[in-house]
Design a protein around this ligand. Structure first.
Ligand code: ADP
Length: 202
């Protein structure tokens, strides 16, 4: 299996790059943001609860998103691997993910972070807000709040994976094509290493 986390602040391009990577590597895309938005669209109790947090730029409680991820992992037992996008977003979520994957005799193999300046992020999010229909992208104070949540709660998740030597930052400004090539180069390296280890084991 190959399990990847695409990491980075709101607006760093995780969604765009995820679409390309899942296609290229045959992974299942798990975006907690997308999963939550479809719960909201269907007006489920979970969606109604989540919307209150999301509209303010706050995180949805850990139990809710961890439960969603657990369900999705169960639904895709035959997957070649997963691409986690927007998850884990807290140290607690990262620990829960490690446990869930361990139960499935697998783990996270790589964490790739998209590096983008705050100025560029605000610009992109406000631009996206004009067409995305996402209420959390139209208000600058909600966007700033998402950044401060990212700094305080999500950035520490990087430390967790740095300590495990699984973390690599990639410049996230430039053309979509160049960024996706840089991500692919890194993924190919990790896959190659995985193949060598497997051969040595066989
Ligand atoms: P972005 O990265 O652009 O903020 P997302 O679609 O990933 O967009 O997330 C939108 C919102 O959904 C977040 O601001 C948060 O409220 C909620 N959310 C998404 N993923 C998580 C998560 N793993 N934990 C808690 N809340 C989440």
């Amino acid at each position: 299996m190959f399990n990847l986390i695409l990491f980075g602040p709101p607006g760093s391009g995780k969604g765009t790059q995820s679409d390309r990577l899942v296609e290229k590597y045959g992974l299942v895309h798990l975006s907690t943001g997308n999963l939550l938005r479809s719960e909201i669209a269907e007006k489920t109790p979970l969606g109604i609860e989540a919307k209150n947090f999301m509209d303010k730029g706050q995180l949805v409680p850990d139990e809710v998103v961890i439960g969603m991820i657990d369900n999705c992992l169960e639904l895709h037992r035959e997957a070649k691997g997963f691409l986690f996008d927007g998850f884990p977003r807290t140290a607690n979520q990262a620990k829960a993910l490690d446990r869930l994957l361990e139960l499935k005799k697998t783990a996270i193999h790589s964490v790739l972070a998209l590096d983008v300046s705050e100025e560029e992020l605000v610009k992109r999010l406000l631009e996206r807000g004009k067409t995305s229909g996402r209420s959390d992208d139209t208000n600058e104070s909600v966007i700033r709040n998402r950044f401060s949540v990212y700094q305080n709660e999500t950035a520490p998740v990087a430390e967790h994976y740095k300590a495990l030597h699984k973390f690599k930052a990639i410049p996230g400004e430039g053309s979509v094509e160049d960024i996706s090539n840089a991500l692919s180069t890194q993924i190919d390296k990790v896959l190659e290493r995985q193949r060598e280890e497997q051969e040595a084991f066989d």
